[in-house]
Ligand binder design. Structure first.
Ligand code: FES
Length: 276
């Protein structure tokens, strides 16, 4: 029989993501679950494994509800204290907390500062003397980018291998329901691009054909001196094989601003005035 969630007063959400696994999170989970059973706390509590909680730097992490208590750097010993605190004493264990409702800031021992995206001046074999920024090739960035570009903007050019160029003047549909492929379809073009993550565990089961067209490298190229095109997004696979380029005309300011402010997460006003 499934869990009677109506009886559960406390819920433990154990992160089961890659970093938490690597940091031995499973040991803390095992101890916590064994403790809940043996202390006859099982029926009054619920335990759920989650995917990454987004705080890998503090792995292993848990969230305890109610109260939005975020725990960091879990060990089997801390696990028991936390379980007892919330179930027997109705109290959190503040020294192990990363965050709780009512706090203004997180208390992390391992805060990583995000590396800012930067443009570097380079002599590119295709575009000459330009500014180049290595950008994200993750589906979390590429899917929103393609969605916005093809469903919202028009007036840009796409180039495929063999120099097939298409000017996009109509809106297209973007779907990402497959495990790997994002599909762009409409009157002017129909293509698929593999953007779904291929993890190490999946690697041997994924067809070579998909790996070959999986985006592994993304670069934003800013050609400030060019009078026709202001910038490009060039996509390649992991081995450097060219997949496609999106070229943004100088007149399409909205699309270019989207690249800078949303895709690259830059402060447009600052970056526009920078000397490179
Ligand atoms: S894997 Fe647990 S927080 Fe990211």
């Amino acid at each position: 029989m499934g869990k009677n969630v109506a009886k559960a007063k406390t819920t433990f959400l154990f992160c089961d993501g890659g970093s938490c696994k690597k940091a031995n999170g499973e040991m803390a989970v095992r101890e916590a679950r064994a403790h809940l059973r043996n202390e006859e706390l099982w029926d009054d509590t619920h335990t759920i494994r989650t995917r990454c909680n987004g705080r890998c730097e503090d792995a292993p992490t848990w969230i305890v509800e109610p109260g939005n208590f975020w725990y960091k750097n879990l060990t089997p010993e801390k696990a028991i204290e936390i379980v007892d605190g919330h179930t027997k004493n109705n109290q959190s264990i503040p020294e192990y907390l990363l965050f709780q409702d009512g706090w203004k800031n997180m208390v992390s021992d391992n805060e990583r500062s995000l590396k800012p995206v930067v443009f570097n001046r380079k002599t590119d074999s295709e575009y000459g003397n330009v500014l180049v920024s290595r950008s994200s090739a993750s589906d979390q960035y590429l899917y929103p980018l393609f969605k916005k570009l093809f469903e919202h903007f028009t007036g840009f050019r796409i180039t495929f291998p063999n120099n097939v160029e298409i000017m996009i003047s109509k809106k297209h549909q973007v779907e990402y329901t497959d495990v790997f492929d994002m599909i762009v379809s409409g009157e002017e073009t129909n293509f698929k691009l593999a953007i779904g993550p291929i993890t190490k565990v999946m690697e041997k089961d994924v067809a070579q054909e998909i790996k070959d067209r999986k985006v592994g490298v993304a670069e934003v190229i800013w050609d400030r001196e060019n009078s026709e095109y202001i910038g490009y997004l060039r996509l390649k696979n992991r081995k450097g094989k060219f997949l496609m380029t999106i070229s943004i005309p100088k007149s399409n300011n909205d699309a270019w601003n989207y690249f800078l402010s949303i895709y690259l997460n830059m402060d447009i006003n600052k970056v526009m005035n920078l000397e490179f």
